[in-house]
Design a protein around this ligand. Structure first.
Ligand code: URA
Length: 455
């Protein structure tokens, strides 16, 4: 990182009275950085019980936080574990993070694409959360692909091909692991301050120079309202900059699934199509937009537009696909799936969901499509549930498309009749079909938020 965050001061001060700490936030007062550091260190070490941490988290949800508190919380969580030092790599280290969506397989395209453009992409990703998909689950649908590399192996893959994609290790931001699990069961996830500290602490622990955030808004996003998404985006950009990392946030539409494939192996197929220079327009366009910013922030392009056209060349020349192949091989995966995607897990059955009437697709309940994929087994209802990598949904129609009565809206790939029927009913109710007329969709990239304001 260009200017490393300040390490929290050592715990030699008088012990924090946790009841006073909770009451201060409950009463809307500002907490000092040392108080926040003391809380994070105490909770991570198991000295502060869950019931007191829960009370404080709820006070934050209700009262909010100042910018200074948010950056102190992010820094303390970041410093609760190891911050990777990737200074052995002379290239800029850049990552991308999405706040979560349906059919969002951009990470699979962006890591090899940005690496082919000369950057180091040390990507630490997550699993599916609620109705949204997770990069690790998608990667694990490639037979043999190992997302649990040690930090030493992670560095070796980065050295060999410029990108590596793994899960969060016990050493990275352990405070977030504990706090996130507690938030999940205490109705305290939905706070922009806590989301910011959670995401930014993990991402900055990667030792990156710059970060491109894809903040989703719409029916399939956690932030349904554009204003809430913009607030979160601004908070993350400011927090990143305060802690010495360049951050840009793109506010992008999640009003319908991204691309046409939803489900783990199905999404790998679509990511490979994009790396081959094909794939659906919305997915390809968003990948190029995000890659353009990654190359620009990483110093490999003088403007985001130049970064975008360089990214297009890297795809057309096959260099980005080649990086993906190298990464898959280096992480133990069967790289033959790239040339023959039929080697990926495939569901036993298909069925089509057909349109009950003639008209235009006015909208799609994106969250419901995500839930249908979870019902098929592509996501988890409980943390310990196993994923079925083969199942999912292929959209035959998207917003603005015409459809005649009896034509397919989507096809389901499933292994159990019961799950297939339940998902089919839900998906059938998720398409809103109106009289034939022009439908005005929202633009894919709605706003771009940088440290210098909005574009
Ligand atoms: N993703 C995270 O990593 N943390 C949050 O708090 C929400 C989404």
């Amino acid at each position: 990182m260009s200017s490393p965050p300040v390490a929290p001061s050592s715990r030699t001060r008088p012990a924090l009275r946790i009841v006073d700490f909770i009451a201060k936030k409950r009463d809307g007062m500002e907490l000092s950085p040392p108080e926040i550091e003391e809380f994070v260190a105490g909770y991570t070490a198991g000295e502060i019980p869950d019931y007191q941490a829960s009370a404080w988290l709820m006070a934050v949800v209700l009262r909010g936080m100042t910018r200074a508190e948010t950056s102190a919380l992010t820094n303390a969580m970041l410093r609760s574990g190891k911050v990777l030092d990737l200074s052995e790599f002379p290239e800029r280290k850049v990552d991308k993070h999405s706040t979560g969506g349906v059919g969002d397989k951009t990470s699979l395209v962006l890591a090899p694409l940005a690496a082919a453009g000369g950057l180091i992409v040390p990507m630490i990703s997550g699993r599916g959360l609620g109705h949204t998909g997770g990069t690790l689950d998608k990667l694990e649908s490639i037979p043999g692909f190992d997302v649990n590399l040690s930090v030493r192996e992670f560095r070796q893959v980065l050295a060999a091909c410029g990108c590596a994609m793994i899960g969060q290790t016990a050493e990275i931001a352990p405070a977030d692991r504990k706090l996130y699990a507690l938030r999940d069961v205490t109705a305290t996830v939905e706070s922009p301050y806590l989301i910011c500290a959670s995401i930014m602490s993990k991402k900055l622990a990667e030792g990156i120079d710059a970060l491109v955030l894809d903040v989703k808004t719409g029916s399939g996003a956690f932030m349904k309202k554009e204003e809430d998404a913009a607030f979160l985006a601004n908070l993350m950009v400011e927090t990143g900059e305060l802690l010495g990392t360049k951050v840009v946030a793109l506010l992008t539409s999640m009003d319908q699934p991204l691309g046409r494939h939803v489900g783990n192996a199905l999404e790998v197929v679509e990511a490979v199509e994009v790396l081959r220079g094909h794939g659906p327009d919305d997915l390809r366009e968003l990948c190029l937009e995000l890659a353009g910013w990654m190359l620009h922030l990483g110093g490999a392009a003088s403007t985001p537009e130049q970064g975008k056209s360089r990214s297009r060349q890297l795809i057309e020349s096959g260099q980005a696909l080649e990086r993906f192949r190298q990464m898959v091989e280096l992480q133990g995966g069967n790289a033959r799936v790239i040339d023959d995607t039929s080697l990926l897990p495939r569901a036993a059955h298909h069925r089509e969901v057909r349109s009950p009437r003639t008209g235009v697709i006015q909208g799609i309940d994106c969250r419901a499509v995500g839930i249908a994929s979870v019902i098929l087994g592509g996501g988890r209802n409980k943390k310990e549930d196993a994923i079925d990598p083969s199942v999912g949904i292929v959209l035959e129609r998207k917003v603005g498309d015409q459809v005649a009565a009896g034509e397919p809206l989507c096809s389901l790939h499933y292994n159990s009749e019961v799950q297939g029927s339940e998902a089919a009913e839900l998906v059938a109710r998720s398409f809103f079909i109106s009289e034939p007329a022009a439908v005005q969709g929202r633009p894919l990239v709605e706003r771009i938020i940088t440290a210098r304001g909005e574009k």
